[in-house]
Design a binder for this molecule. Sequence first.
Ligand code: 13P
Ligand code: SF4
Length: 304
Amino acid sequence: MVDYRPLQGELRALALAKNAIIIAHNYQRPEVQDAADFTGDSLELSRTAAATDAGIILFCGVHFMAETAHILSPDKKVLIAEIRAGCPMADMISADDMRRLKEEHPGALVVAYVNTSAAVKAETDICCTSANAAKVVANIPAGREIIFIPDRNLALYVEKQTGRKLIKWEGFCPTHEYITAADIARARQEHPDAVVIAHPECLPGVQEMADSLQSTSGMIRFAKSSPAHEFIIATELGLNHRLAKENPDKKFYSPTRKAICPNMKMTTLPKAVQTLKEERYEIRLPEEIRRKALAAVEAMVRYS
Ligand code: 13P
Ligand code: SF4
């Protein structure tokens, strides 16, 4: 067993000395989550980044998340702990693709999942996360065409929740698509009393078998307030750390060991320490892109 306490102590001391806040996504390595000031889902992280009065934000997550923090808080120094940590789903649509799509559907409102680049957000009317996507779409006046990008699975979930027809994009999360309906069926057989909670990035067959579809923090809240004692969790394996820590009397099972996001796992404690020490890997955007993306991101943060 590695003793992470010395490095965690070093990171905390640096944060104190530099007036920095450390925020981490729910999929980060346990030892990174445990050293952070705040751990949450994409929406909570954006809200935290917007509200902080720290001078430096050290972001432990993937690139689009740190970009979103910079869009909301341009006066803060936003550092990403590991510069190579991207999101393959976000890379599945470009700003050029967006412009073409808008040309094909003039008059349509564009809703973009926050898992997109800033250049794509700049072409967007309103952003959303998995926590508020259905709410965002439900509030769009009936009859207005809606482009929803890039996640085809989240789009399907939103269509079911709202009864609206969406113009979709064929993007997806490779990590969530590793989880199959057969994995859920097997897990259910092994744990017949367990409640199945899935992330809306999961495949349609997995969504259909779930008792509840939730964002990552939504899963934690659901498990806490549920009278059930056993849960099958269909999302990236990193979430199990908080689930187990915050619900010591409950049991959590993973339908497959394959659901690991390699990008989320690139951030390690030594890298986080080094990044904050050197104040390296600062995320900055051309002001025109940031400004264009801001309204869409601010609207997302308001839909909590
Ligand atoms: P959440 O917003 O639910 O935390 O999801 C982010 C993400 O990247 C899921 O793959
Ligand atoms: Fe992107 Fe999927 Fe990783 Fe989330 S889990 S950051 S959507 S690749």
